[in-house]
Design a protein around this ligand. Sequence first.
Ligand code: CP
Length: 372
Amino acid sequence: MKETPLRDDPPEEAERPSIKPPEGSEAILPEPGTLFESNPVSLDVLGELKNQSILEAGQFTFDQVTELCKLAAVLEKLEIWPYHPLDGKIAVTAFFEASTRTRTSFESAILRLDGKVISIADGSTTGQAKGESLADIGEMFNAYADCVIMRHTETAAPEEMLQNLRIPLINAGNGSGEHPTQALADWFALLKWKPALAAPCVNDSEKMNLGILGTPGSMRAVKSFLLMALLFQDHIRKVTVISEMADPFGEDVIQCLTDANIDYEVSNDVREHLPDLDVIYMNSIAFLGDSYKNMDSRFKLNSESPIKESAVILHPMARLGELDTSLDKTPHNLYFSQAHGAVFIRQALLLAVLDRLGPLENMINLESNKNS
Ligand code: CP
């Protein structure tokens, strides 16, 4: 397909979508500029993601995650979207399982960069309802789009589609498997909150105690968050996992924790550990087979919980009773920033995977250097 060149200048009438915290709120929506203003984005590192399928958090390097976050910060801060960088590109969003945020933030990300979307919001509208295989559906998608963004209840679904798919597949959640782009959104929120995370290491006194209220072995967002956390292990003093399960990990995660040699503990006593935690990641929706259930819901937080004054809370949402709305307007609330930033980190990922970084090069370097 012939590619439309980017415009030299954005149209004068261009307006940025505005993101504001709730009225009267102390919720954190950190300034994105600090992530890239004295530290220009490396397009060489991001170029490594060209034409790559994105299947699991562990496939990323530290540099790829930090450069994606820096590019996302550029996209959040600067007016790049009027340059139509995804013009001519088509993505299929194929969701065989319910979603509020992931599908709409991916579609928003694409549409705001002037790409186009074929949206399958309900898998029962595809041939799968008549017994068609994902391998066959994938063969068809090769001809219709430039990438596929798929969510499915089955952990094996990405593998099945990849049997015939020859365009990049982005895993938007597969059963109890992984949710790698959620992990990118999580770490983008954390890097904006604490830009020092983008540097390779910090002093011992600056290391964080990371708390997870959830079960990585059954919660894909929690699992991907934890696996991506291993890239930032030089910034982490200890990981505390608070779960209903005595063994909340599963064999593959245990192996990754062992290989990383990271200090971790498992507990079922939230009150004992809460006052020590700097970052609290929570979730309560677990996948068992192809259905989901509420798990770890007795670990509830509200504005009266004994949370460290400086601590932040992340939650991939949807929330049930475990994260009380009384926390929404407090400075512990990083979860709205996490959800808002998802559009920009997904834009950064799509620009890298769909090989549309080149035309942005001058703009990114100019803006980065101008502010350094
Ligand atoms: N975070 C997340 O995956 O949300 P959705 O299920 O609404 O997509």
